[in-house]
Design a protein around this ligand. Structure first.
Ligand code: SF4
Ligand code: SF4
Length: 250
């Protein structure tokens, strides 16, 4: 016990200040942020052949497909996009050559009406590689402490406000995702966390897999990343509640 007290006194408060303060580089390192084509159209042109998942075209970068592998970096892409890149509109994950570098790329969603002050989240791993799963579970640890914001994970969809899906639904898990969605009482929201449930990510085109979670259930918030960092997932959950950091970020 005295050792723990000594450690606490030495370390001080280690819990994230997000969203009251911007995400730190330790929480989302530069290499893990959404890419931006710094050289504009030239970067897009040079990046097409480098991207292993077809996230880059001559016109745009699709963050809903990007696995953040950094192969496009030599073409003029930098990984300094906004942490607050989750959105309720799939189209907003497709950014052109003039993508802004700072936070506030997308508007905060209006709060989905009817939710209480706290939110209960039911997590479904529909077919992930487990990395997204681990990033979600990190929200409950003392570093992120989602309970300080009234966000709780529940083991039953019947007690949940939010269905948080990671992974692209496999044929075996698709019926389970659907049953979980139907079990949530109204009002309910669905978050697709990571590029797998958005577009299939690195597994897009695999026979038997869906093209995205949207084929199965309506999606309210899309969270790009492979995997998204815990604060990016936190931003998405807060977005459901209308409590996300606003455009401009501060
Ligand atoms: S970081 Fe994203 S956009 Fe760049 S090459 Fe990798 S998948 Fe493609
Ligand atoms: S989005 Fe990436 S990290 Fe998440 S489950 Fe899919 S492959 Fe894994």
């Amino acid at each position: 016990m005295p050792t723990w007290i000594g450690q606490a006194a030495r370390n001080g408060i280690v819990t994230s200040r997000y969203p009251a303060e911007p995400a730190t580089d330790a929480e989302v390192p530069e290499t893990a942020r959404p890419p931006i084509p710094l050289r504009g159209d030239a970067a897009l042109h040079d990046g097409v052949a480098r991207c292993p998942v077809g996230a880059i075209s001559e016109e745009e970068l699709d963050r809903g497909k990007c696995i953040r592998c950094a192969r496009c970096r030599p073409a003029g892409f930098e990984f300094r996009g906004p942490v607050e890149a989750s959105t309720g509109r799939r189209a907003e994950l497709r950014v052109g050559s003039a993508a802004p570098a700072g936070p506030g790329l997308v508007e905060a969603l209006p709060p989905l009406v009817g939710f209480p002050r706290s939110l209960h989240v039911f997590l479904v791993d529909a077919g992930s590689c487990n990395a997204c799963n681990l990033e979600v579970l990190a929200l409950a640890n003392p570093l992120y402490d989602s309970q300080r914001l009234g966000i709780f994970f529940t083991s039953s969809p019947r007690h949940a406000d939010v269905l948080l899906v990671v992974g692209i639904p496999t044929p075996e898990m698709a019926p389970a995702v659907l049953r979980a969605y139907e079990a949530l009482p109204a009002p309910k929201a669905v978050i697709a966390a990571g590029v797998c449930p958005i577009s299939g990510g690195a597994f897009a085109g695999t026979p038997g897999l869906l093209a995205g979670l949207e084929e199965l259930v309506p999606v309210d918030v899309f969270v790009p990343g492979c995997p998204p960092a815990p604060v990016e997932i936190l931003d998405a959950i807060l977005r459901v509640h209308g409590r996300a950091r606003t455009a401009g970020g501060d």
